[in-house]
Design a protein around this ligand. Sequence first.
Ligand SMILES: Cc1cc2nc3c(=O)[nH]c(=O)nc-3n(C[C@H](O)[C@H](O)[C@H](O)COP(=O)(O)OP(=O)(O)OC[C@H]3O[C@@H](n4cnc5c(N)ncnc54)[C@H](O)[C@@H]3O)c2cc1C
Length: 696
Amino acid sequence: MSVSGKTMAMIIPQKTLDQLTDVAMPKHTATRQPDEMLELEGITVPVYRCEALVVGSGAAGLRAAVELKRRNVDVLVATQTLFWGTSACSGSDKQTLHTAATSNRGDNFIHLANALSAGGAMDADTAYVEATGSIEAFAGLKYIGLPLPEDRYGATLRYQTDHDEAGRATSCGPRTSRLMVKVLAEEANRLAVPFVDHSTIIRLLIDDHGDNRRIAGAVAINTGARSAGNPAGVAIYLCPSLVLAAGGPGELFRDSVYPNRCFGSLGLALEAGIHTVNLTENQFGIGTRRDEFPWNLSGTYVQCMPYIYSVDQHGEEHNFLADYYRTTQELAANIFRKGYQWPIHATRMLNFGSSLVDLAIFTESQQGRTLYMDFNRNPLAVPGDRPFSLHELDEDVAQYLTNNEAMLAMPIERLRRMNPLAIELYKHHGHDISTTPLPFNVNHQHMNGGLAVDMWGETSLAGCFAVGEAAGTHGVTRPGGAALNAGQVFGQRCARQIASKSKPTNIPASDLLPQIRLCTVEIDAGMNNEQGLNIAHIKQEIQQRMSDKAGFICQAEEVKGALVAARELNDRIREQGIAIPFANKVAVSFQWRHMALASEAVLSALDFYINNGGGSRGARAICSSQGEEIPVTRTGVLEQYRFITEKPEHRQQQLVVSYQQSQFTVTPQPLRQLDNLDAIFFEKNWPDFLTGEIYR
Ligand SMILES: Cc1cc2nc3c(=O)[nH]c(=O)nc-3n(C[C@H](O)[C@H](O)[C@H](O)COP(=O)(O)OP(=O)(O)OC[C@H]3O[C@@H](n4cnc5c(N)ncnc54)[C@H](O)[C@@H]3O)c2cc1C
């Protein structure tokens, strides 16, 4: 059906728009009672046993749980907060899922794998399994009810997103990942997957008998376990397999578009000796601030070309982008291009590219100015140039607006024509962008690196898997939507790997008592430590340092100092401990302890990278007076943002960061390659599938 002459809002019933923006979650989930109670010097602790523990209930964790249960694995999900986290609470104008194209002539998995790893530092086997696995990931979601849009022939509707040359993106609207959580949670309910909600894992337990260290379980703080006999709510999980699906480190940066209370599991895993990879790689871009409503301003929010301006401390408005671009047409085109070039890319700060918009916004906010998007004004003119006009647009801009029948006078009309859900969404969160300008800034949005995993999602600790944003499966860049795909693919793959093993048994809790005791002793010490470090101060120190010294603008000369300060913070935490003022702060005190480790790990990797000549890549500009490139604006060169360029050899390796005896080690390692795919044939390779050899 053509939408000719009508807006989407006129064609689609309000009820449908509401269903895509205001996504209700299932009201109940199955729960599990402890298998036994353990007496631990004065406290009585619940113990849960299962074959596989999934830590986290975002899109990745739920996929792993559902796939495990389908394979008859006794799985239990422990989660800090059910229906909270990035998948449940984040999105953008069309939140994207990136999979192999499923329309017309299909796709080529090698091409897709090449696109996934185009920015370098991505293992070839990971890229290939994400490409081939995307079909099943996608079909599974469709089967359980994800409303992925299709045409009358059953082909999925697709569009082009960032780092995507072929148009492999699709979306259910602003809340794709929340809808994924919803349908996966409904499926988990159908399969009676048990959950323990308000359960925060604070330490991994390790079976270190024999030659191989392997996962044995975890210590948690369970709100439901709090009692007079266990004031902190300590709980124990015993499991031979554990899947970390705790998401990304949203709290690492002050300027962050993650929902609040996203800590991820970097520090938790580092503490257990698990290796991490690509910690230098993040995504930054424009969005609304998380104190209000954390949301990405990508896609049609900018393709409708709102007026972007800043307001200083005296209330004066500045058309600051006009200082950066040479003509009004160029300025408008670069606002538009942020739609599908949303994450910052250092090289796009050159040649009047689209990341100059982000750089300009960053510079304004450094001066204490507040940034706004006004959807009721077109971009104002560059001094001396003609005003904005629909008759003077770059070809790609004009074509896009024409194709979408959105050649309309004002940004709000263009947005309403292209994507009324984008307006609805902010309305649901108390901001009517059709009447009031929207404050925003540049934020940390995603960590591409994370825990190092093999092509089944297994970490360097046997039996411990990582999926979703917890895993460092992406390279320097990733197409928009590849994060959600990776979580689904590795959710399936880790389940297959776990289910392929003969059923292992849990080691007795008594063998783990020394490790459990260390943890309870730390809790006791924190609760009686008035001289310990203050949680709020630790938070402020880490976030400020990371945003100011390791954000998308990173002054090479300042990283060493930031690393020294991060190291000192960890020394102080070791010496003085963290004060835990109330029992309900125990979990968060561990999370900030872990975040302090994660921060030192990231800065160690960055420092190593820079010392070895590492330059600007992905979303981070490594600025230095020694840099070879310099962004140029209409009003002159930006000497303070002169930056070092990337060295091609760094694309062929990853930096592995590990932690042992309070020391971080950074080691470059070459990328994993694929076997010769041309040597795989049906009769020859079928036995490996039948015998389970493919899992080994
Ligand atoms: C604004 C925004 C827009 C985005 N848009 C896109 C997009 O368009 N396409 C795309 O592919 N990606 C996008 N991303 C990234 C993507 O949403 C995330 O990478 C993905 O949702 C992460 O899913 P996850 O399941 O790994 O983690 P999450 O959804 O964050 O879930 C983590 C879970 O772990 C739990 N948890 C955390 N710590 C613990 C602990 N210690 N113990 C127990 N439980 C714990 C949490 O409660 C939560 O349930 C976007 C991100 C943001 C912030």
